[in-house]
Design a binder for this molecule. Structure first.
Ligand code: PLP
Length: 460
């Protein structure tokens, strides 16, 4: 029998239906940057799965009971219990979102000139490493280099490259190893337990702290249950516990797998590190029992962690992503294989060979999806990851020209996904008409959030 969602829809929100003319105008007003589009001009919003999931009646009921005491509120203890049960970390701090967790933890761990090694640093994670004067270096596994291969754990870190650095002269400069599960900057691919165990062993041997960026801890655990030999008999919660137990601590945005509108957590084992984090947290985010969150957020997180680990939910969410992947592939658009759970990554470079990297095929496809059907998603290609000179000319393209279609949790039905696939089929029928783009303005840090672009009409 096909998996189905273990809930029914009880509250809905209307979505905007627009004309092509309205979308043309809105996108031009936004300087062709989807982050500057007002959401009332977006029909299907696949920009992110962060904070966009539908909350449950149980989450809202818990939120209504929230205790807003400044110190030691009931809501904090409920949050603590949910995270104590999952992670084995003796020190747990709530934070308002993932990037704040990164700033607070990294500023206690990393010094200027040090290196942070990762399977792939997510954008804000990289920014928080670089803001401290440290270097963020990505070591994705070689299997990720073949977008079409069916290797089950293409989110792994390259263990040989990691060991080479730890064995070599740069060892003294390595401040941390950070593994992102699932690998959001790397096709949303999962990381295997075998890879995490090997990272643990290397970090022990060379005396380097090992942290998780665990925004999608439940989805990674589910894919381990499905794909990794020896784990099929475990529950996702059991795998998640084993995962957290391997690391010295974590940062995790809880806007993803806690299905909460806001929230994050820092977990650490080392009491000295915990003291530093706590001082920083109190000075900049909030007291240790709320960390910048409202009590109702703590409640939604605690309840969301229970719900996300339900195997029926994870099975149905994985099935949605697989169904969406099949529709998109049948529409004539290749994706990064095998599909993960939280997003599909379209291979725009392959679909639009007439657009060179400096015309930004990924961005061109994302814009065309918006113009054709009001679908919003985000480029992960040369625009985001490439290197540019002072005049905004691309001097080093990204290895791939991708577009990420994130799938918000419990939000869209299969009919919405079918609609998006129809939009892609329409574009794939006549890809030559898709125009390329040029950058007219961009900031140095986190460039893709604040870009301004111009369209170069097709054929010119
Ligand atoms: C979303 C995300 C972050 C940042 O979290 P925010 O809550 O958006 O600040 C960090 N790392 C990864 C892997 C993420 O997906």
């Amino acid at each position: 029998m096909k998996p189905f969602p273990p809930y029914r829809i009880q509250v809905v929100k209307e979505i905007p239906i627009t004309t092509r003319q309205q979308r043309e105008e809105a996108l031009a007003r936004a300087s062709y940057n989807a982050f500057d589009l007002p959401s009332n001009m977006v029909t299907i919003d696949l920009l992110t799965d962060s904070g966009t999931g539908a909350v449950s009646a149980a989450q809202e009921a818990a939120a209504a009971q929230a205790d807003r005491s400044y110190a030691g509120s009931d809501s904090y203890y409920r949050f603590r219990r949910a995270l104590d049960d999952l992670t084995s970390y003796p020190h747990i701090f709530p934070v308002h979102q993932g990037r704040a967790a990164e700033r607070v933890l990294f500023s206690s761990v990393l010094k200027p000139g040090q290196i942070s090694l990762s399977n792939t640093h997510f954008d804000t994670t990289r920014a928080n490493v670089e803001l401290l004067g440290a270097e963020a270096r990505d070591l994705p596994c070689p299997e990720f280099g073949d977008l079409s291969s069916q290797e089950p754990f293409k989110g792994n870190i390259d263990l040989e490259a990691l060991e080479a650095i730890l064995r070599g002269p740069e060892r003294e400069r390595v401040g941390q190893v950070l593994i992102t599960i699932t690998n959001n900057g790397g096709g949303g691919q999962p990381v295997s337990m075998a890879n995490l165990r090997a990272v643990r062993a290397l970090c022990d041997r060379y005396g380097v702290p090992f942290f998780l960026d665990a925004a999608r801890f439940a989805e990674n655990s589910w894919l381990v249950v499905q794909r990794e030999p020896g784990y099929g008999h475990l529950t996702p919660r059991e795998v998640a516990r084993q995962t957290f137990a391997l690391a010295d601590g974590c940062v995790a945005s809880l806007k993803k797998d806690a299905i909460a509108p806001m929230g994050a957590v820092i977990g650490v084992r080392d009491p000295e590190l915990a003291k530093q984090c706590e001082a920083n947290l109190i000075a900049t985010e909030g007291f240790r029992t709320y960390g910048g969150l409202a009590a109702h957020d703590l409640e939604r997180v605690a309840q969301g962690i229970e719900e996300v680990l339900d195997p029926n939910y994870l099975r149905s969410r994985e099935a949605d992503a697989a169904y969406f992947a099949e529709l998109v592939t049948n529409a004539g658009v290749d994706i990064v294989q095998p599909p993960g759970i939280h997003a599909l990554y379209l291979n725009a470079g392959r679909l639009l060979p007439h657009i060179p990297p400096h015309g930004f095929p990924g961005h061109a496809l994302a814009c065309e999806m918006y113009l054709t059907g009001g679908v919003r998603c985000v480029e992960l290609g040369s625009l985001y990851l490439g290197k540019f000179d002072e005049n905004h000319n691309l001097i080093e393209p990204a290895p791939f020209e991708l577009v990420r279609m994130a799938i918000p949790r419990r939000t869209y039905t299969q009919a919405h996904l079918e609609y998006v696939a129809d939009v892609l089929a329409d574009i794939a029928k006549n890809p030559d008409r898709v125009a390329s783009y040029r950058v007219v303005d961009a900031p140095k840090l986190l460039r893709h959030f604040n870009l301004k672009l111009e369209r170069i009409p097709a054929g010119s």
